[in-house]
Design a binder for this molecule. Structure first.
Ligand code: ATP
Ligand code: MG
Length: 396
């Protein structure tokens, strides 16, 4: 009998034609997250199995809890002896030292040629447990302890109470998107939710030195590093936005500052996305949160790009976003007190119902195409990854 980790897929199993691609990607993502642990991963359409040394089990389960595309993570056992007497002996051996008062046995038989029906396997094993362990009883509705048996072709699996995985789709199965990542609370959460749906993300950050500090940029890198846990690496594009912002500030009517500034951010993001094979933009806009996020503002800002803009937290309340930020570990970083390039130029009364005609007219007051070209030319790329710190370890 072999002790191993069993992975259940959940929503993935509804994929029909391209399930193989999804499973191959999941295997690769798991393998990446276990790069420093000796492992062997195998799979079929029903389950994935991860074999590691006993001493690495706990650590491996923890890592798997950060991999999207997994519904359940279970430490279980695999045996090739399908004899019913062996099955009941093995199970008794495994459960006799566990603490429980009520239990239930559930059997699944994917090999329909196995001579004993699932219900009968459960009954035989259940009675054997009752006979050999005192003070326990069967509770089919709300058992404290669940014994699961899966009879497959040439092998049987045993396992008890599994742990929940993150769900979603394996990262990368849906292609790439570009996340507009600020130092705020919303955008990292938006990124996390896009990753959950299988989108591999790159990120773009607009900085305005000297109005924004190195510390503000470090904060964004720290946020990207949290997302690395789910996304393996984050290619972070840093755009120097100072010249554009200062030009806007000098030439555009005050109440349209934010509208025009955001239209510039969208244009630059769409170009960077296109150049890096990202199909969508992702951001942390939430309906009604600030003047630039009224529906009219969203329309007027959005109309400068053709690329779809996904706003995963558009319909979340701020408190819901904060909750999720705390759970994924970005909240404490997001609330560090550094200025962001949007917050330093906020006018007292920004327009909440901008007109697209006015926005276009105002933009003609500045050489914006040239400014955009200049900003893109000078853009910096930072690869934020798991092994970042290790990169120079052998030199230093
Ligand atoms: P907060 O959590 O304080 O709302 P925020 O990051 O959501 O912070 P907003 O002003 O609401 O800030 O901006 C809306 C969205 O625009 C952000 O979620 C982010 O996706 C994008 N954005 C804003 N500023 C920047 C920036 N400097 N660089 C990249 N993206 C930005
Ligand atoms: Mg916001």
């Amino acid at each position: 009998m072999e002790k191993l980790i069993i992975i259940k897929y959940g929503e993935l199993s509804t994929k029909k034609d391209n399930i193989n691609f999804f499973l191959k990607t999941l295997k690769q993502n798991i393998s990446n997250s276990l790069s420093d642990i000796k492992n062997d991963i195998t799979y079929d359409f029903g389950r994935m199995f991860v074999l590691v040394e006993e001493s690495d089990l706990e650590n491996t389960v923890d890592r798997l809890k950060n991999v999207f595309g997994i519904w359940q993570i279970i430490v279980g056992y695999k045996d090739t002896n399908l004899d019913i007497d062996a099955i009941k002996e093995n199970i008794l051996d495994l459960v006799k030292n566990k603490e429980f008062k009520t239990f239930k046995v559930v059997t699944k038989r994917s090999d329909k040629n196995y001579p004993i029906k699932s219900m009968d396997v459960s009954r035989i094993v259940g009675s054997y447990i009752l006979k050999n362990i005192s003070d326990v009883r069967v509770d089919v509705h709300n058992p404290e302890f669940l014994v699961e048996i899966e009879i497959r072709k040439g092998e049987v699996l045993y396992y008890f109470n599994g742990e929940a995985g993150l769900g979603g789709y394996p990262v990368g199965t849906l292609g790439k998107g570009l996340l507009m990542l600020s130092g705020g609370i919303d955008s990292p959460v938006a990124g996390y939710l896009a990753i959950k749906r299988g989108v591999k993300i790159e990120a773009i950050y607009f900085e305005s030195p000297p109005h924004t500090s190195e510390a503000a940029k470090d904060k964004v890198i720290k946020l990207a590093r949290v997302l690395v846990k789910y996304n393996t690496t984050v290619k972070l594009h840093v755009i120097n936005f100072t010249h554009i912002q200062e030009t806007i500030l000098r030439n555009i009517p005050y109440e349209y500052l934010i509208t025009i500034m955001r239209r510039m951010m969208y244009r630059i993001s769409a170009i960077i996305a296109h150049n890096n094979k990202c199909n969508i933009l992702i951001n942390g806009e939430s309906i009604g949160q600030v003047a630039s996020q009224t529906l009219t503002s969203m329309r007027v800002i959005n109309e400068v790009v053709k690329m779809p803009v996904i706003r995963p937290v558009a319909c979340f309340d701020k408190l819901e976003i904060i909750d999720l930020a705390k759970r994924i570990g970005t909240y404490e970083i997001s609330t560090l007190p550094y200025e962001d390039c949007c917050t330093i130029f906020v006018p007292d009364h920004p327009v909440i119902n901008p007109s697209s005609i006015k926005a276009s007219e105002y933009e003609e007051l500045i050489p914006y195409k040239e400014l955009i070209r200049e900003a893109i030319k000078g853009h910096e790329v930072i690869y934020v990854g798991i092994d970042e710190d290790k990169e120079y370890e052998d030199i230093l």
